[in-house]
Write a protein that binds this ligand. Structure first.
Ligand SMILES: Nc1ncnc2c1ncn2[C@@H]1O[C@H](COP(=O)(O)OP(=O)(O)O)[C@@H](O)[C@H]1O
Ligand SMILES: [Mg+2]
Length: 243
């Protein structure tokens, strides 16, 4: 049991950090945020008590916020603190990344120093395929592979930049710099929805004053206690949250 649901014994899909189950409603899925933490395409793997709940809480908070800003999301409701009921989407196999400041893989691939403020937000897109190491893809390939049509591609980029605008302004007021983040989208009945998660696993966040990492980089690069960092973010974004 998870809230009001009896979770099927076998997940439809077991990802690196979440498990996806079918629900009694064919239009909905149940997503359980697990305590697994992975990095470097699964090479590094650990479990941290409470990690699933902390990420689920952040995801719920941001999906609700984005809905009020007019962005359709897959969020339906929470059925337990680590379990989200979502609209079932036909996922688009792309990782849509928005960057405000150079960091992470960008500074490895290109001659740009970590921390460089970009002249404007930049959208880059990776093809979501673990076996191929999520290679970067471009507009032409997305069209020629029929992953999206031109109108859908424009829409996805517009949505990603709108998400950036909303989140960036919000984090700024919380004393946090939104460096970059990754989104996944999916389709249902011809509409594009924001799917997956918006959490400390999928965003790069720096304390505005100290510059310290408050996201998965704490785990990737052994910068300290990752759960303390995730709790710190939640306390700052949802002051009355029980964390
Ligand atoms: N609304 C949705 N409908 C169907 N699939 C979804 C939805 N939201 C997210 N997913 C998919 O569920 C999986 C979530 O588990 P995760 O652990 O993140 O997997 P992965 O290791 O593939 O990133 C992802 O493959 C994601 O694309
Ligand atoms: Mg994932």
């Amino acid at each position: 049991m998870r809230g009001t649901f009896v979770i099927p014994a076998k997940p439809l899909y077991e990802g690196k950090a979440k498990s996806v189950y079918s629900s009694e409603n064919p239009d909905e899925l149940i997503v359980v945020f697990r305590n697994d933490m992975t990095a470097f395409n699964g090479v590094k793997h650990d479990q941290f008590t409470d990690k699933g709940r902390l990420n689920a809480t952040a995801s719920e908070f941001f999906m609700r916020m984005l809905e009020t800003e007019g962005i359709p999301t897959h969020f339906v409701r929470m059925s337990a603190p680590d379990t989200m009921v979502v609209r079932r989407l036909e996922m688009i196999p792309l990782e849509v990344i928005v960057r405000n400041i150079a960091a992470g893989s960008m500074t490895k691939k290109y001659p740009v120093d970590e921390g460089t403020v970009l002249d404007r937000p930049v959208v880059t897109i990776d093809y979501k395929d673990d076996e191929r190491g999520d290679p970067m893809i471009n507009d032409d390939l997305i069209l020629v592979f029929h992953i999206l049509n031109a109108e859908e591609l424009t829409k996805v980029k517009e949505m990603a930049l709108k998400v950036n605008k909303v989140l960036r302004g919000f984090f700024d007021e919380c004393g946090i710099t939104l460096v970059d983040f990754k989104l996944e989208f999916g389709k249902s009945a011809g509409t594009i929805y924001l799917g997956d998660e918006i959490s400390m696993d999928s965003m790069r966040l720096w304390d505005k004053v100290t510059g310290e990492s408050l996201d998965k980089d704490v785990y990737r690069f052994d910068k300290g206690d990752v759960i303390t960092a995730y709790r710190n973010v939640l306390k700052r974004i949802i002051p009355d949250a029980v964390v």
